[in-house]
Write a protein that binds this ligand. Structure first.
Ligand code: ADP
Ligand code: ADP
Length: 230
């Protein structure tokens, strides 16, 4: 059974009397442990697809099954709970809370998992050490470089051991060397626990880190390539 099943997903936006077909009946299965890239130029439908996969929006037609749950049937509250339990996010702009330290940011997703404060902080500290920030637990985002902030973002994304991680242009603001470090880190974490990564990007260099590349043009998957693992 695939970790993510995308079945006939169509998304049509209506603006006044105009219709935009952002996704035109997409079908794809993404396996457990797969590092899958959704690749395409601006306007091809990548963000729309990610929004449907993360349950931020409902498709006009079709369904999405993650971990055997049809998420297109979940109402907002259930969807939020599902996200907290099963999904981690890595954002281009890091999305760290500015008034929280690296440790507090990383521990945040663990709030919803029923751990006590001591356990949350111990786990967060271990994760920050794994991303090389063991000396910066009490630093605020504004006191860290972009690459360091994104390493906090990675620690946070993996903290609750989600089955699936959605990464939207995770290194879009970082240089090539930092990008390589960040991506190696994400891949190593994901492979260790057989976690599934959906990586969204317009950058062919970034796409080359994936095991599989789904290319979108005008809301259609026009290519599905698998590579040997790096
Ligand atoms: P990408 O992420 O690949 O740049 P998007 O998914 O953002 O592409 O956009 C795909 C198409 O859907 C574009 O034509 C875009 O203008 C349109 N679109 C995306 N979101 C909306 C929205 N909320 N309302 C109307 N049109 C939208
Ligand atoms: P331990 O086995 O004592 O938990 P580890 O060094 O294996 O120590 O991990 C450190 C912390 O990072 C732990 O809280 C662990 O749960 C977490 N961790 C390790 N690998 C992953 C991963 N791939 N995804 C999520 N969390 C992870």
């Amino acid at each position: 059974e695939a970790m993510i099943k995308i079945c006939g997903v169509r998304k049509v936006y209506r603006i006044g009397t105009e219709k935009v077909i952002a996704l035109d009946r997409i079908d794809a299965d993404i396996q457990k442990g797969e590092i899958c890239c959704i690749f395409g130029t601006s306007g091809s439908g990548k963000s729309t697809l990610l929004n449907q996969l993360a349950g931020m929006e409902k498709p006009t037609e079709g369904k999405i099954v993650i971990d055997s749950v049809d998420i297109t049937k979940l109402r907002e509250e259930k969807m939020a709970a599902f996200r907290q339990k099963h999904i981690g996010f890595i954002f281009q702009s890091y999305n760290l809370l500015p008034y929280m330290t690296a440790l507090e940011n990383t521990a945040l997703p663990l709030m919803f998992q029923g751990y006590g404060k001591k356990e949350r902080e111990a786990r967060a500290a271990r994760l920050l050490k794994m991303v090389g920030l063991g000396e910066r637990l009490s630093h605020y985002p504004s006191q860290m470089s972009g690459g360091q902030q994104q390493r906090v973002g990675i620690a946070r994304a993996f903290a609750a051991k989600p089955d699936v991680i959605f990464a939207d242009e995770p290194t879009g603001n970082l240089d090539t060397k930092t990008t390589a470090q960040i991506m190696e880190m994400v891949l190593a974490f994901a492979r260790e626990n057989q976690q599934t990564i959906v990586l969204v990007t317009h950058d062919p260099e970034m796409a080359s880190y994936a095991d599989r590349i789904l290319t979108l043009i005008d809301g259609n998957i026009v290519k599905d390539e698998r590579k040997d693992k790096k």
